[in-house]
Design a protein around this ligand. Structure first.
Ligand SMILES: [Zn+2]
Length: 289
């Protein structure tokens, strides 16, 4: 066992009362650890290192895709919104959706364009300001600071947020409070039980704090379900999708092409077996809660 006295994360964040064990995966910040109960993987980074890598999220030009990448993301947003609408049995015009950690507000803008009532919440002040300058309704601060009324929202979304949180339960409690009974919380994050994570080991890019600032907590479908249960949500569905084995920049072209071919062949079985890289958890606030 390494000494983890300096580690920012000291316990499984989804409510397991078990100890953490060291894995064989060594990262720049120390050994990656695993919850023996739910398989959650946890960084050994210090709080100082965490804070330092999180700072990249406050640059006003951060995460502002254009052109075809923007169109692709808008199509993804519409698909996710349509799934939420189906789960709620509601039409877009009758849904109030709030995207928490909305960055530049592309999801919010796509939702509004598709006829939903939508707004965003973003803690990084310069990004929130940039989103508002683009005409997107974005509130600055944390969800807890917005004081939405009890049981007032149809849906909340947390895209690539939860892997940054040492203690996600207070945020999920606030989500549960402001959602209507039967309301949907959609969480997206990387799947630590994916074939991509297994094949890449320490080179899984999701583990790279330099590249993905502040990633400290890595979920799998089982730990996500446990998080939902601890926070008082039902699992409506957990989907995983996509296999990728190489970064285009760091790989010879022939090797990249071969990896890409293998990944495409494996996409469907990954999706069917819960081993895809991108995890989408649709959680529901119980109707009688
Ligand atoms: Zn656990």
């Amino acid at each position: 066992m390494e000494n983890h006295a300096n580690s920012y994360v000291s316990a499984c964040p989804v409510g397991c009362n078990t100890t953490l064990e060291d894995t064989a995966i060594q990262l720049a910040e120390g050994v990656l650890r695993r919850c023996t109960a739910c398989g959650q993987l946890l960084s050994s980074a210090s709080e100082a290192r965490y804070t330092e890598t999180m700072a990249q999220f406050n640059a006003a030009d951060f995460n502002a895709p254009q052109g075809r990448e923007l169109e692709r993301r808008q199509a993804v947003a519409r698909t996710r919104l349509a799934r939420i609408a189906t789960l709620l049995g509601k039409t877009p015009g009758n849904m109030h959706v709030v995207d928490v950690g909305c960055s530049r507000g592309q999801f919010v803008a796509a939702a509004i364009a598709a006829g939903y009532r939508a707004e965003g919440v973003e803690p990084a002040p310069r990004i929130a300001e940039a989103a508002r300058a683009d005409g997107v309704p974005v509130r600055s601060g944390l969800l807890e600071e917005q004081h939405f009324a009890d049981s007032s929202l149809d849906a909340l979304t947390l895209f690539e947020v939860i892997e940054h949180l040492r203690t996600p339960l207070p945020l999920l409690a606030e989500c549960r409070r402001v959602l209507k009974p039967g309301g949907i919380l959609l969480i997206s994050t990387g799947n630590a039980a994916s074939w991509t994570a297994a094949a890449m080991g320490a080179h899984w890019d999701y583990l790279d704090m330099e590249r993905d600032g502040g990633h400290i907590s890595f979920y799998n479908p089982r730990s996500m379900a446990k998080l939902a249960a601890t926070a008082g949500f039902e699992v409506a569905r957990i989907d995983t999708a996509r296999v990728k084995f190489h970064d285009k920049e760091n790989t010879p072209r022939w090797c990249y092409a071969l990896g890409k071919l293998a990944a495409e062949i494996l996409n469907l079985p990954a999706r069917l077996s819960g081993r895809g890289h991108d995890m989408l958890a649709y959680l529901r606030k119980p109707s009688a809660g």
